[in-house]
Design a protein around this ligand. Sequence first.
Ligand SMILES: C[S@@+](CC[C@H](N)C(=O)[O-])C[C@H]1O[C@@H](n2cnc3c(N)ncnc32)[C@H](O)[C@@H]1O
Length: 239
Amino acid sequence: MTDAPQRRVVYGRRRGRPLRLGRQALVDRLLPRLSFDLPAAGEFDPRPLFADRPRSIWLEIGFGAGEHLAAQAERHPDKGFIGCEVFENGVARLIGEVERRHLANVRLFLDDARLLIAALPPASIERVFILFPDPWPKQRHKKRRIVSRETLDTLARIMAEAAELRLATDDPGYFSSMLEQVTGHPEFAWLARRPGDWRARPPDWPPTRFEEKALAAGREPAFLRARRRPRPTSSAPVR
Ligand SMILES: C[S@@+](CC[C@H](N)C(=O)[O-])C[C@H]1O[C@@H](n2cnc3c(N)ncnc32)[C@H](O)[C@@H]1O
């Protein structure tokens, strides 16, 4: 366990327009099966969330309306997906996709993702996505950004060796900061080899609503992939 927040620290909207009756009924029916809470204290093992105990668990933080999460879950039925989001209308949209695509490998944590990260066991997650997180461009709000040294420290703890971290943003200032944080972090290695590697979204990375909004507004999204470095092996005692 880490010193991460013990209570919710999420800025931004939690609720938008009231849901249509049909969608509300779907949420009422499926949410109790899909969502989970954390124990009051102690570590939280995510594997029992999934009926067939997948060997890999992927985590998406701030999935928005869930386009990327649903597409990945459909492409990878052998993996377990945990999505974190606090915006209820986005959660309802994802639940619609879970039903439409018959996804059995998605579970939802509807609170501050950092509470979940703090409770997960070491090396328990194989891939993490934080796509187009709120940029908080004003100087006085920058400390609200979720991609920070503290978040990377806690992710490094829960990520398995060689696990991949995927970040995207259309805010040039946030991208510089993400790059600085990732390349300066001893437990992550940036995977780009040439400039095009961060300008083009890789083919196995489905688009999100915020990427589409950015492109429509003429902004250029950037995509960052990093690998969690191997943990140092504890040396055997010398006799
Ligand atoms: C700008 S939206 C991007 C949504 C989506 N990833 C996309 O690309 O379309 C950022 C989302 O992150 C969610 N969010 C912000 N902080 C969060 C946190 N601490 N835990 C979980 N979700 C969070 C917000 O509710 C919001 O829906």
